[in-house]
Ligand binder design. Structure first.
Ligand code: GCB
Length: 594
């Protein structure tokens, strides 16, 4: 799915700013047709942002159900004759949108874009009302799953993960144009043969009419290095400049659609990084060279704006990754705003791209999140409907992110149940679907603590062993000597059983900033340092370990609970990005590592 762009044939307009906002406490809006006029009793809300923390109002923060957003926009008169599209980069978790009185699009899934062709419902030059109802409810059949209980005080959302359920219009809303006949999608897959690079491409067009596809590849200086005609083909680049970790060299593939006229009907430029990704035994190769992941599981999370896209925080976080000598991160536990991937493409940061499938695990949910006991996979809980939604989430992730060179590995779930025949039935089809959609990248899932290789039943379906492990925290807290032995024993068992690379996708300890002790006691900054040092000793002894992602980059908001003090404190930075002592340790290690 292509991102809106300004090109010689296209124009885009961001609808970000203050919108009208109304809570639908009684769930009446859909029946009463709230899109038919100005929202009653509305207040102003910023877009993009999660609405939860904006108003200092518990009713808004803890609301379960629909909220309504509305704005007025004047469609430029010069857009007459163009195809006009309304696009939401994300609406968390489900949404329906109307343009004036016409329902134009519905979407479920809180972290991937959706759009509607609104050419026939807007009038260029005239003012148009856009209304969106956004629903934050998670059910057994959504990704991520969750469930709602009824109480005398109203519905309560129960979550199967620890991060706060931020909702709303978290990313940019666009109105944009394309010509009537347009480039609808582009897929590139790159390869290397010595110093020659290849760019396989496939262009989908829409809107009818006889049109010829022409593509041209230019290097970063703007010099054309290859060109071709036709909807699909392969370009070759002699003396290729590779995209590589730390060096985000990008070519630009300009896709043009030509009719009978003197100029192109449509033009769409796509940044292309030429690189390969491959798993070879227990090695993870980028451009044929072994790669070691150094970085974090992150969250899109910040004070006030919640999960709303925020350019200053994004750029600052990338600056901190660089300061640390990190080379990669995982988009735990959902696809991040596309701006993150574009930035990572440009700067050579490696990304493990994850779906929002987190919490498919009764053991974890009951133990950690106070969920009522349930069977993970059953007719009443995670079922065929959930699996269909999960498949859709994988499809939308790959459709959006397939062309980003920074993405080297798909993570199709975080910590699902993986020790039962039912989990194998569930994941067999999903792993196959991810591979079918993108044969060019490896596929993995983050394995939950307590599912060692002798119990796990799904790892053979995947290319990489991704392990979240909390030795020294959730087990052996305060006893790092035992933790070290147990971590090493488990990693050795994985390495013995599978000839696959192992990436430690989570390890860490909650750390209250400013809490110190002469002895390394849990929650102190000293303990976080010692736990990471212990883990690193073990990773360095196991050859199959090809990466370490600390949990988490920064402290982040969670729901209320006795396991968390003002949120999840496993950050190496505080929520406002001040380093804890562990940041300096990581900086020494990662800057000194080969
Ligand atoms: C995990 C989860 C992550 C949690 C983390 C924790 O295993 O994948 O979402 O935040 O543990 O801190 O408990």
């Amino acid at each position: 799915m292509l991102r809106p762009q300004d090109t010689v044939t296209r124009e885009r307009r961001s609808l970000n700013g203050l919108w009208q906002f109304a809570l639908d406490a009684d769930g009446a809006g859909r029946d009463e047709g709230w899109w038919n006029g100005p929202l009653a009793d509305a207040r102003e809300v910023p877009v993009p942002a999660s609405y939860n923390d904006i108003f200092a109002d518990a009713q808004v923060r803890n609301h379960v159900g629909d909220v309504w957003y509305q704005t007025l926009v004047r469609v430029p008169a010069r857009w007459a004759g163009e195809r006009i599209v309304l696009r939401f980069d994300a609406a968390t978790h489900g949404a329906v949108a109307w343009v004036d009185g016409t329902r134009v699009v519905e979407h479920q899934g809180g972290y991937t874009p959706f759009e509607a062709d609104v050419t026939d419902v807007v009038e260029p030059g005239a003012e148009t009302r856009i209304t969106v109802v956004v629903n934050n409810v998670l059910t057994w059949q959504t990704i991520p799953p969750g469930y709602v209980i009824e109480t005398p005080d109203g519905p309560r959302q129960r979550l199967l993960f620890d991060f706060f359920n931020y909702a709303g219009l978290n990313r940019t809303v666009w109105l944009y144009t394309t010509p009537a006949s347009y480039v609808d999608d582009v897929t590139v897959v790159t390869g290397l043969d010595g110093s020659t690079g290849t760019v396989g491409y496939e262009v989908e067009t829409a809107g009818g009419g006889e049109a010829e596809v022409r593509v041209a590849l230019r290097d970063a200086e703007g010099t054309e290095v290859a060109r071709a005609t036709g909807g699909s083909g392969e370009l070759t680049v002699e003396g290729v400049h590779r995209w590589r970790p730390g060096q985000g060299y990008l070519y630009e593939l300009t896709v043009e659609l030509w009719g009978d006229g003197d100029g192109p009907v449509d033009v769409y430029p796509l940044p292309v990084g030429i690189r390969t990704v491959e798993v070879d035994g227990a090695r993870f190769l980028i451009n044929g060279e072994p790669f070691y992941f150094k970085g974090f599981g992150k969250h899109e999370d910040a004070a006030v704006r919640g999960r709303g896209y925020d350019a200053p925080f994004m750029v600052h976080d990338f600056a901190l990754l660089r300061w640390l000598g990190a080379n990669s991160f995982r988009t735990s536990h959902y696809p991040y705003a596309e701006e993150f991937l574009e930035y990572a493409d440009r700067h050579g940061i490696v990304v493990i791209d994850e779906t929002p499938a987190v919490g498919i695990n009764s053991g974890l949910a009951a133990g950690f999140f106070g969920a009522k006991p349930f069977t993970t996979f059953s007719e009443e809980t995670i079922n065929a409907g959930t699996q269909a939604a999960h498949k859709q989430a994988i499809r939308e992730l790959v459709a959006r992110d397939k062309n980003h060179p920074c993405v080297v590995l798909w993570s199709i779930a975080n910590e699902p149940e993986s020790v039962t025949p039912a989990s194998r039935d569930y994941f067999e089809a999903l792993a196959a679907e991810a591979r079918r959609l993108d044969p060019s990248r490896p596929v993995g899932y983050a394995n939950v603590p307590g599912s060692p290789p002798d119990k796990d039943m799904i790892t053979d379906l995947f290319d990489v062993v991704m392990l979240n492990r909390y030795y020294g925290w959730y087990v052996d807290a305060g006893d790092l000597a035992t933790a070290e032995r147990e971590l090493e024993a488990e990693l050795t068992a994985w390495a013995d059983k599978y000839d696959k690379p192992i990436v430690i996708t989570e390890y860490g300890a909650d750390t209250y900033p400013g809490l110190h002790d002469v002895l390394p006691n849990p929650w102190t900054e000293e303990y976080q340092v010692e736990l990471l040092e212990m883990s690193h000793r073990v990773f360095d002894r196991i050859e199959a370990v090809v990466g370490e992602h600390v949990w988490n980059f920064a402290d982040f908001a969670t729901g209320p609970g006795i396991m968390r003090v003002g949120g999840n404190r496993k950050g190496v930075f505080t929520r406002d990005r001040h380093p804890k002592a562990a940041a300096h340790l990581l900086r020494r290690r990662w800057r000194g590592l080969a």
